[in-house]
Design a protein around this ligand. Structure first.
Ligand SMILES: NC(=O)c1ccc[n+]([C@@H]2O[C@H](COP(=O)([O-])OP(=O)(O)OC[C@H]3O[C@@H](n4cnc5c(N)ncnc54)[C@H](O)[C@@H]3O)[C@@H](O)[C@H]2O)c1
Length: 296
């Protein structure tokens, strides 16, 4: 089995690389290191499997050469992240990069593309009674939601016109080692706790916490399963930011500071029913245990 991971030096990507190598796959990482880092691949390098790192922009011409030469069976597209600060640049950046990825895969016989989109961007503002939320038509709440929807649209087009299979995972709040503090609420809370500070956030807002090892397991299963589907990768359990902060800082933690922005949906939990059926996947890490291990 040969896999390419676009964005493989990032948070989720690097854990996926570790897992693929442990499973005996040959792995090509394509990353421009815009938000990822080579340090994230230290464990992968130490593991001693077949790993190649290609330092390049996946939206450029060189990606085609990598896919042509390396001929992966599956390509994981994990660079659906805003790396350009303006919505104008961001839209062109992610959509263009996704087209480049799909063109290369279609041209060189890649069997499957797997990607992951953020639930908060694509599922609107679910009411409490809709939770845990099943897969439903996307309702973008922002420019990045529209961009995520375009990524899914492109996957559908390349499947219909070029026979390129895909699975589009939708993930809520993924957490674990190597996440940058500015990239997720768990990493932000842990960093604040270590610095002796109190983070801000709406104590009543709920998130669905998926440990990165569990999320990565869904990615690996998607190489062979879930063709043509959007599949939620969630636990179905809501954890309030109040509870999360107590898991990080203890039961007598000071209250969170006032939220600086109210961009996120007030509550989130994703049903894993489809993932159970099509990927034979469900999360196994209890948030309290995962957070305890992270805090150390
Ligand atoms: N972290 C989460 O909670 C979460 C939840 C849902 C979905 N996702 C999705 O999962 C994917 C990975 O997220 P993450 O948290 O690991 O992000 P990340 O920022 O840690 O990883 C993204 C990686 O892509 C690389 N990259 C960006 N632009 C590139 C380009 N033009 N060419 C090559 N490489 C490029 C970055 O350097 C980085 O290594 C993203 O697509 C994100 O939307 C993440």
């Amino acid at each position: 089995m040969r896999a390419a991971v676009v964005g493989g030096a990032g948070f989720i990507g690097s854990h996926l690389v570790d897992r693929l190598l442990a499973d005996g796959a040959a792995v090509d990482v394509v990353d421009d290191l815009s938000t990822g880092s080579l340090a994230n691949l230290n464990d992968a390098r130490a593991a001693g499997g077949e790993l190649k790192f290609h330092h390049l922009d996946a939206g450029g011409d060189l990606l085609d050469a990598v896919v042509r030469m390396r001929r992966p069976d599956v390509l994981y597209h994990l660079a659906v992240v805003p790396t350009v600060p303006s919505p104008v640049g961001y839209t062109a950046d992610v959509v263009g990069r996704t087209v480049a990825v799909l063109e290369a895969c279609a041209a060189h016989g890649v069997a499957k593309v797997v990607t992951a989109l953020p639930a908060a961007a694509v599922y609107g503002t679910p009411s409490g009674k809709e939770l845990p939320l099943k897969e439903r038509p996307f309702e973008p709440r922002s420019v990045d939601g529209v961009v995520a929807m375009a990524v899914h649209g492109l996957l559908e087009v390349y499947r219909a016109r070029h026979d390129l299979e895909f699975t589009c995972l939708v993930a809520p709040t993924v957490y674990g080692p190597r996440q940058r503090p500015d990239a997720g609420v768990v990493a932000a809370f842990v960093a604040a706790h270590r610095a002796g500070a109190v983070p801000s956030g709406d104590e009543r807002r709920t998130v669905d916490l998926v440990h990165v090892d569990d999320a990565v397991d869904a990615f690996v299963r998607s190489a062979q399963r879930g063709g043509g589907l959007v599949v939620n990768v969630g636990t179905g359990v809501q954890t309030s930011l109040h509870e999360l902060w107590q898991m990080v800082a203890g039961a007598d933690a000071a209250p969170l500071g006032p939220p600086s922005h109210a961009d996120d949906p007030p509550r989130m939990a994703l049903s894993s029913a489809r993932a159970r059926i099509h990927l034979q996947w469900s999360a196994w890490t209890e948030p309290a245990a995962g957070i305890r291990e992270l805090v150390g």
